[in-house]
Design a protein around this ligand. Structure first.
Ligand code: HEM
Length: 536
């Protein structure tokens, strides 16, 4: 009983300390914004509480902040205290967003820093969280692995995983079709591709029944981003009190899957080095990059409006380049990043794509015709070049990404004081800069009737008549998603295969309208139940 009282007392003191800590922090933020003449949205504690209680999703929070922000913004921004107590600005103006992404990128090179010192060995070596020159150096090493030419060479991986996926779904629904939760199959596809591309192994995901997972899939799921209340509180604690978090040895990521995957990669690298065996996969490209055998191709992530990633990356001085190391731990970290950056996001796009196919029958028929025409012209095969000709499929996926962007916002940290053009506002070095993706893509100022699903918004004409920064599912500029082309090819390959093989419809268990999972990025809450019927 005494021990229980003691624990309750400690818990109470901890909660009270955190409340006091946040109270004083938010008061100092209010003064900060007042001094800079920036309207302040306040602490937004009600949003944090709603997230923690599970009555709001991350998307609800984003939409709510955007609504508030657009009504109060000055010079295209408002002040916020983010969920972790960081002082930040929230951008509402597309010109300012363009400046941050591209034009004045040198002021906004980094993302939110990882403040803990002793933990997260691989996490800190991931491109996503790296900073400044180190980031530029590693991005230079990795960019040549994501070019069109390299992805074309990996296409056979997408092809065989797509075949496995289609066969798996066929087995589940039978010859006459049936209701099936696609959420049980797409994670297997995403994992199968990652296992082959980034780890050089067979995931065996499709070799088990839907209620089971192969060890690779199981570990991958444990590695996924989630915001369950306990994890969320842990993040808040780690960001707000990094020194204490270090003292407790807290880790951002679960260490068991981390060690498992690191072991797999080390094993494959050792075998390849010993036997001279090579493969057309991402791991091989990184091993080649380590040896300095890869060059930046001309098509390295073309970036909108004049600035190319190539320009920025070539900007690193010769001396800096020598300082950039790329050892086996960097390779492991960036293979893990494939899992972190590519597993959840790709699944999310796939799930919402089939959802929209099922809801919009006419769209489904158009996608089918587009795919069939291209495949027939290629002797019945889905090829890399064939995918490039599927223009309606491309428009359809873009509209799916507008409607359901897997990442609802992105962020930068201001790395040099930045005077906001046309105003007397200064964004101070160290300030977090939040860029809302989901709410802008649903804003009627940029997309007429935004709640209507309409792939025709992405015809060449319609795209050219719109501000390109209103659509940003992969971010923009030199720090955009490095895996964009990879992800789009991976998704197109399997959607093409699936629409050729099946027709998708709704069933009793289909959630309409969509309900999002509260504990993670954009994902359906109740799986993705659809009626799946093999085409005759
Ligand atoms: C549909 C799939 C995907 C979506 C929607 C997506 C979205 C995004 C977004 C919004 C960002 C932030 C961009 C910015 O801040 O401007 C990002 C960054 C990133 N993504 Fe993706 N992503 C996807 C797939 C992938 C895949 C397959 C990989 C595989 C490697 C990947 C790796 C990364 C990395 C490494 C970054 C950080 C880049 C850097 O900091 O230089 N993503 N992604």
């Amino acid at each position: 009983m005494d021990l229980l009282n003691l624990l309750l007392g400690v818990a109470l003191i901890l909660v009270l300390s955190m409340v006091l800590f946040f109270f004083f922090q938010f008061r100092s933020h209010a003064k900060f914004f007042e001094k800079h003449g920036i309207p302040y949205l306040g602490a937004g504690l009600h949003r944090i509480v709603k997230l923690l209680m599970g009555s709001s999703t991350m998307v609800d929070v984003e939409v709510d902040i955007y609504k508030d922000a657009t009504s109060k913004a000055k010079g295209g921004l408002v002040g916020i205290s983010d969920l972790f107590g960081t002082v930040g600005v929230y951008l509402t103006d597309l010109e300012l967003i363009k400046n941050v992404y591209v034009k004045d990128f040198d002021h906004f090179v980094n993302r939110r820093p990882v403040k803990t010192q002793h933990s997260n060995f691989y996490f800190k070596k991931m491109l996503f969280v790296m900073e400044s020159e180190q980031w530029k150096g590693i991005r230079t090493k990795l960019s040549p692995t994501f070019t069109t030419g390299k992805i074309r060479r990996m296409f056979s991986i997408f092809e065989s995983s797509s075949d496995r996926m289609a066969n798996y779904v066929k087995e589940q629904v039978g010859a006459t079709g049936g209701d099936f939760d696609l959420n049980l199959a797409f994670p297997k596809y995403a994992m199968d591709v990652i296992a082959s591309c980034a780890f050089g192994v067979d995931s065996k995901c499709f070799d088990v029944s839907p209620d089971k997972m192969s060890i690779f899939e199981d570990m991958g799921k444990r590695f996924q981003f989630n915001l369950k209340p306990f994890v969320f509180l842990k993040f808040i604690f780690m960001m707000a009190l990094p020194k204490l978090a270090d003292l407790f040895g807290m880790e951002v990521m679960d260490t068991v899957p981390q060690s498992y995957f690191a072991g797999v990669i080390k094993h494959v690298m050792k075998r390849r080095r010993q036997t001279g065996e090579r493969a057309d996969d991402f791991l091989q490209l990184m091993m080649d990059a380590q040896e300095g055998l890869l060059k930046i191709d001309d098509d390295t992530n073309e970036v909108l409006n004049g600035t190319t990633e190539k320009n920025v990356l070539e900007d690193i001085s010769a001396v800096d380049k020598q300082k950039i190391t790329f050892d086996d731990d960097d390779i492991i970290a960036n293979c893990l990043l494939f899992m972190l950056g590519g597993f959840d996001t790709t699944q999310s796009l796939l799930l919402f794509a089939v959802y929209q196919l099922a809801l919009e029958k006419q769209v489904q028929e158009k996608v089918y015709k587009d795919v069939k025409t291209s495949v027939d012209a290629n002797g019945g095969a889905i090829t890399y070049d064939g995918l490039l000709n599927m223009t309606y499929l491309d428009m359809f996926l873009n509209e799916t990404l507008r409607f359901f962007p897997p990442a609802p916002r992105t962020e930068r940290i201001c790395t040099k004081d930045y005077p906001v053009p046309g105003t007397n506002i200064m964004i101070e070095k160290g300030t977090l800069v939040a860029i809302p993706i989901y709410p802008i893509q649903r804003d009627p100022n940029y997309f007429e009737n935004p709640e209507k699903f309409e792939p025709e918004r992405f015809t060449v004409d319609q795209k050219s008549s719109r501000n390109p920064y209103a659509f940003m599912p992969f971010g923009h500029g030199p720090r955009n998603c490095i895996g964009m082309r990879f992800a789009l090819t991976e998704v197109k390959a399997v959607i093409a295969k699936l629409v050729l093989t099946f027709q998708f419809g709704t069933c009793q268990k289909t959630t309409i309208p969509m309900d999002f999972d509260k504990n993670t990025n954009l994902k359906p809450k109740y799986g993705m139940w659809l009626r799946v019927t093999p085409r005759s």
